[in-house]
Ligand binder design. Structure first.
Ligand code: HEC
Length: 193
């Protein structure tokens, strides 16, 4: 017996029951999907397609390569969140430029910051606090400075409260490395993660 005939027979029974007003609630609920299928054949496709696609695409995108931009940086900066770093840097843009030769704003240009002695950018007038401080900028000092500039170097003129969350600072420092032309020190070997 061909299955087509069987289902056709089943359908006509259901259709018959539906047409007659059914034989109770049990028959009605069972017959509903089968009975509607032939009448609205095109319905399932348009209903499903537009809803599923836009939801799936943005959710899947960031999973691929989250920090490809930071891949060349030393650990732990290579695992930092690029979008977070870029966003956190917005706290600095009113006072600092990072492009080479772009000049100073209220604060000194930060290009070439890593590896530079604190308070030594030519053409910028620093406070005594920065002039008297004596170290070379590297990620560790920057982390302390950005956590709480006032406590790290009392008397400095950078009116900035600090970046409280460590993960924001990590991402910000990684972002600064990219933006200011960081080059890994040749003498130091990058420790394996
Ligand atoms: C309101 C303006 C302002 C903001 C906002 C600001 N800075 Fe500054 N920054 C300054 C000033 C002014 C100095 C110089 C301070 C001094 O001489 O005492 C400075 C100095 C610095 C220095 C030392 C540079 C050197 O040549 O030794 C670094 C590094 C720095 N800022 C990074 C940042 C970062 C990163 C941010 C954002 C999280 C930031 N600053 C936000 C004004 C600002």
């Amino acid at each position: 017996m061909p299955p087509l005939l069987k289902s056709a027979a089943a359908f006509s029974v259901i259709a018959f029951l539906t047409a007659c007003g059914g034989s109770g609630t049990e028959a009605e609920t069972q017959s509903t999907p089968a009975a509607t299928t032939p009448a609205t054949e095109a319905a399932p496709a348009p209903a499903a397609t537009p809803v599923a696609d836009p939801v799936a695409t943005p959710a899947a995108a960031p999973v691929g390569e989250p920090n490809a931009e930071f891949a060349s940086l030393p650990a732990p900066y290579n695992t930092a969140d690029y979008a977070l770093g870029k966003r956190t840097f917005k706290l600095c843009v009113s006072c600092h430029l990072t492009a080479e030769g772009a000049g100073n704003l209220v604060g000194p240009n930060l290009h070439g910051l890593f590896g530079r002695e604190i308070g030594t950018l030519e053409g910028f007038v620093y406070s005594d606090a920065l002039m008297e401080a004596d170290f070379i900028w590297e990620p560790g000092h920057l982390d302390e400075w950005l956590a709480n500039p006032r406590a790290f170097l009392p008397g400095n003129r950078m009116s900035f409260a600090g970046v409280r969350r460590p993960e924001d600072r990590l991402a910000l420092i990684a972002y600064l490395m990219l933006e200011t032309g960081y080059e890994a020190p040749e003498t130091e070997e990058t420790p394996a993660p």
